[in-house]
Design a protein around this ligand. Structure first.
Ligand SMILES: [Zn+2]
Length: 337
């Protein structure tokens, strides 16, 4: 089969090979013909060598949608031809975290595309428990955005216990996860303040847009009549940390699931306790939440900036950091062929 594969870290070492052995299924696995794959920063980290990976040579790709090609002997919920998405968490199902419904925290876990081969290939093999059927009418673009880009902010806002009528500030609101967070903020009944220079975030439901980055705190102060935000979502890291922390109001929550611009931040403990601020880390989401996303998928949308072919996997990864980027990047692997 054809796959994007690398032996040594570095984007320049990512090659398109036509003779990669098609993965074999066990009795509990399914073989999926990949349709569209999401391209995320995690895939860039994998290829550039900043994450430990298995196996080597390695196929990246953490966000996969496709069609079942073959189902193992003991697979009961899926059959050839089903349209599916892949929950990208490797988990054992037996540790204390899994037993408490937190399979994304599995003590023996990892990520598909990192700890196993991923979906930048014509085919991928995954256990049945990781695979979820999607409705016929769901666009592949959205399907390929549910497992990582949509699940992550959904889980984060649940962790932050966002409530009706609270104010939610989203830094990086036009990013992959930001545009989904706006939609969930509205669904949860919050007043959504999007920090972004892109006016189109309004189409995703943002109540207010702050485009002047140097006046963010002042603007939030105005918009909340001095109360500041109940929940702030900042997945950008150090660059926006100071402003995001200053934007949290009394008894507020600051939630993060990423540190693209750097992970080491300064924290004033006195401001933390005197305002009774809660700092919340969040990672991935649960399988139950995946099913919730599929249920509400008709009401969700994503914005695609560019689609690349599998042959252009390297260009797709480079495009992640393109200053002109204005929406998602996807690999169209077999949708148009
Ligand atoms: Zn576990």
């Amino acid at each position: 089969m054809k796959a994007a594969i690398f032996e040594k870290p570095g984007l320049e070492n990512l090659k398109i090979k036509h003779d990669v052995e098609q993965p074999k299924i066990t009795d509990h696995d399914v073989l999926i013909r990949v349709k569209v794959a999401g391209v995320n920063p995690i895939d860039h980290f994998v290829v550039s060598g900043t994450r430990p990976i298995k196996p080597i040579p390695h196929i990246p790709g953490a966000e996969t949608s496709g069609v079942i090609e073959e189902a193992g002997l003991h697979v009961t919920s899926l059959e050839k031809g089903d349209r599916v998405i892949v929950h990208n968490k490797v988990f054992d199902g037996i540790c204390d975290m899994c037993l408490s419904g937190n399979d994304m925290l599995c003590r023996n876990g990892g990520l598909i595309g990192v700890a196993t081969n991923g979906g930048f290939a014509e085919y991928i093999t995954v256990p049945e428990k990781n695979v979820f059927k999607i409705p016929n009418e769901m666009q592949w673009e959205l399907a390929a955005s549910l497992p990582v880009t949509t699940l992550t902010p959904y889980h984060a806002l649940k962790e932050a216990a966002l409530k009706v009528n609270e104010s939610l500030v989203i830094f990086g609101a036009s990013g992959n996860t930001g545009m989904m967070a706006i939609q969930f903020g509205k669904k949860m009944g919050a007043k959504v303040i999007a920090v972004s220079k892109d006016d189109w975030v309004k189409d995703f439901g943002a109540d207010y847009i702050i485009g002047e980055y140097d006046r963010v705190v002042e603007k939030i102060n105005e918009l909340t009549q001095g109360k500041m935000a109940d929940v702030v979502l900042n997945s950008l890291g150090v660059q926006t940390w100071e402003n995001s922390f200053a934007s949290v109001g009394l008894n507020g929550r600051l939630v993060t699931f990423g540190g693209l611009t750097g992970a080491d931040v300064k924290l004033n403990i006195q401001s933390l306790y005197s305002k009774q601020v809660k700092l919340i880390g969040s990672t991935g989401g649960t399988r139950k939440e995946i099913t919730e996303l599929i249920d509400m998928s008709k009401e969700l949308k994503t914005r695609v900036w560019k689609k690349f072919t599998l042959d252009e996997a390297k260009e797709a990864l480079e495009a992640l950091f393109d200053k002109e980027r204005d929406g998602r990047i996807l690999l169209d692997i077999s949708n148009s062929s």
